[in-house]
Design a protein around this ligand. Structure first.
Ligand code: MV4
Length: 666
């Protein structure tokens, strides 16, 4: 077994490989780019080597630098993870040439599976079932058309040079075949520089079912059950599960034996995945084979109890597979959800930002979080915006799915937009609960998945208002400069002979909402969204203890760059305070000077010292939470002094200037 390995990757997969290596007593070497100098995988490794600038093509894709790092540190083997160089035959060859073990398949296997059409030909020769169709070199349109007529419509035209869904076109009748073929060839030529086409029977509701296979150097080959990865968006997997719902033992062994046969057809070694299209009638067809450890391998680990990275290390070190096929057991059900910094409501565009607040669900034998980031880390523009993989397991699919929904609702991420709500909606949707899976799932059920959670304003607004008030009180009393006994600091809105009412405007669910909060001792009466709610609450740190008409619950309040996020048992409520123009402050407030609405920076002073101004005249501009706030004269009066200069940082509540309202005591 190796003494030391180098992980030629970053993020969650690098952290994940390091964990297994450490458990096996193997020393680890990380590599990192400029952007990853302080990242988690660098911290976790025993040592780390800088390999270049942030762009992957200037660091993680530079095989020579990675091999140099392995030589410099005495690493005997390299684990490529997935992506980057994990299926790069040239890199695998360079490792072999330099006497460094590549923890993966032989170079020849990578090359054989690198071309989708070559892979299909190899599998066909090995007796692995392919989708009925024509894969030949003769591209005479009449011949392609005859093949389509022969297999019957609908058919799928696929660019031989394409892959991953690119260059596919459905043809539903003979009338449209010629034009569709011409268009598909034009697109393929433009995209891949090659217009060769294959024609396949179009499976209208297939599932993507992939078999995890493992082969060692002694010719043993096993399958470790299957994963259903049908829930994809634009050929990106979103939620994966194992085993595949409704899979019979017979079908599992048929697909598993076929997958092992496919691997042995190319003298495979190590971890591999054979992807099939599973039709509604139970027939299955080879799609492609991936010669790397897949992102979704943890769901297989959860139901088999095996550590697939450990298996990879054992096989790469020349040891036999830990289990024979008849020793492989599966138990229960597992899901994996990929948590991304992306905006599902904006076509899933990746979102950068600082993970200002990051609190994953509590890990247990049922919940696993594979991540490469910590609170405070940046989601980088240079790499895949994955924040984590959330993996759950339980004895049944139903119970595992409940775990997934609970864990998704408990995942607290502030500071960037994420796909958590989208994942939650998907996982709790009826079609998904009922395992109505096929590769068109997300398009078919978009209405269920993309909607905002029911705008439970009536429930959320009072909680958000109370949370904000308690936060302000907490900030007010926490600031050293403030006289805690001053009646202005209690934030209790106390007024002599008046009800203690706070008037707030909260922006949430894309709207401004006027909220009145009346405090009666420990009780708060909140009037908002046409309702009056009585509640109590206490904010300790970021934990809010709430009681609403006898119902006690705990929530978490996170400050984000543009406001707050209140994490409740059922999802999160994002809100910010819409600040009133100081101009409405009352005379007493004016005499007490004008305070900073929240922590911020002074941007500009707009009035001369000693000048007399009309009410509502802009006096000062400050920046807070990336927004500019103009402090205006609450009444006509005289600017006597500014307490800060542009560029100064100020705490929330700080007096900013001395302003004498007209007629006020001097
Ligand atoms: C198909 C198909 C239906 N019928 N082939 C998409 C990319 C590549 N992996 C193969 N793909 C498909 N091939 C036939 N004859 C449907 C798909 C397909 C798909 C397959 C697996 C996972 C997600 C998919 C999403 C859209 C289409």
């Amino acid at each position: 077994m190796f003494d030391k390995i180098l992980i030629a990757n970053r993020g969650e997969i690098a952290c994940r490989v390091i964990k297994t290596a450490r458990r096996m007593g193997i020393a680890t070497v990380a590599v990192y780019s400029d952007a990853d100098r302080d990242s988690l995988h660098v911290r976790m490794a025993d040592e780390a080597v800088h390999i270049g600038a942030a762009p992957a093509r200037e660091s993680y894709l530079l095989g020579d630098r990675i091999l140099a790092a392995a030589r410099a540190t005495g690493a005997q083997a390299i684990h490529p993870g997935y992506g980057f160089l994990s299926e790069n035959a040239g890199f695998a060859r360079a490792c072999a040439e330099q006497g460094v073990v590549f923890i993966g398949p032989p170079t020849g296997a990578i090359e054989a599976m690198g071309s989708k059409s070559a892979a299909k030909r190899i599998m066909e020769a090995a007796g692995v079932p392919l989708v009925p169709g024509y894969h030949g070199d003769d591209q005479d349109p009449a011949l392609l058309r005859a093949a389509a007529e022969e297999m019957g419509y609908p058919v799928l035209l696929k660019a031989t040079a394409g892959g991953g869904g690119k260059g596919m076109r459905q043809v539903w009748s003979g009338e449209e075949f010629d034009e569709a073929l011409a268009a598909a060839k034009r697109e393929s030529l433009a995209s891949f520089g090659d217009d060769a086409m294959l024609v396949e029977k179009y499976l209208t509701r297939p599932r993507h079912v992939e078999l995890q296979v493992f082969c060692d150097n002694a010719g043993n080959g096993v399958y470790l059950a299957e994963r259903d990865c049908s829930v994809q968006r634009r050929h990106q997997k979103v939620i994966e599960e194992a085993p595949a719902p409704g899979m019979s033992e017979t079908l599992r062994s048929q697909m598993g034996d076929t997958a092992v046969k496919a691997a042995q057809a190319i003298d495979y070694r190590g971890a591999g995945t054979v992807e099939f299209l599973l039709d509604e009638d139970g027939s299955f067809y080879f799609m492609e084979m991936n010669t790397r450890l897949q992102v979704e391998h943890p769901v297989t680990e959860m139901i088999t109890g095996q550590d697939l990275v450990e298996w990879q290390l054992l096989v790469a070190a020349g040891e036999p597979l830990p289990l024979a096929q008849d020793q492989v057991r599966i138990r229960g059900h597992a899901f994996e959800a990929r948590v991304y910094a992306e905006d599902p409501d904006n076509d899933f565009l990746p979102v950068t930002g600082t993970l200002g607040y990051l609190q994953p669900p509590q890990e247990s034998q049922h919940v696993r979080v594979d991540t490469g980031v910590r609170q405070g880390d940046e989601v980088s523009v240079f790499y895949d915006p994955m924040i984590a993989k959330l993996i759950v397991w339980d004895e049944s699919r139903e119970r595992a799915l409940q775990r997934l929904a609970t864990a998704l609702a408990a995942y607290r991420i502030g500071g960037t937009v994420t796909n958590l709500d989208f994942l939650y909606n998907l996982a709790t949707s009826k079609p998904f609960r009922e395992a109505e899976l096929d590769t068109g799932f997300i398009d078919k059920h978009a209405d269920l998945i993309f909607h905002q959670r029911p705008q439970d304003l009536e429930r959320e607004l009072p909680l958000a208002a109370l949370a904000l008030l308690l936060y302000k009180q907490q900030q007010g009393s926490a600031s050293a400069w403030v006289d805690p006994w001053s009646p202005w600091q209690g934030g209790s809105a106390w007024r002599l002979n008046e009800p203690h009412a706070h008037h707030l405007t909260l922006h949430c669910h894309q709207q401004d909402h006027a909220v009145e909060v009346e405090q009666r001792g420990p009780l708060y009466l909140v009037r908002a969204a046409g309702r009056e709610t009585q509640l109590q609450g206490e904010l300790l740190g970021d934990t809010l203890q709430l009681e609403v008409e006898g119902h006690r619950q705990r929530a978490t309040l996170a400050r984000t760059q543009d406001g707050f996020t209140l994490y409740l048992a059922r999802g999160a409520c994002h809100f910010r305070e819409v600040l009133p123009d100081i101009g409405e402050a009352d005379a007493a407030g004016a005499a007490a000077g004008l305070k900073a609405p929240m922590n911020g920076t002074i941007v500009a002073l707009l009035a001369e010292i000693g000048s007399t101004v009309e009410a509502n005249t802009p006096l000062l501009v400050m920046e807070a939470m990336k927004m500019e706030h103009t402090i205006r004269a609450p009444l006509a009066g005289t600017v006597r002094a500014f307490y800060y200069q542009p560029g100064d940082l100020v705490d929330g509540g700080a007096e900013l200037l001395d302003f004498a309202a007209e007629g006020a005591e001097s």
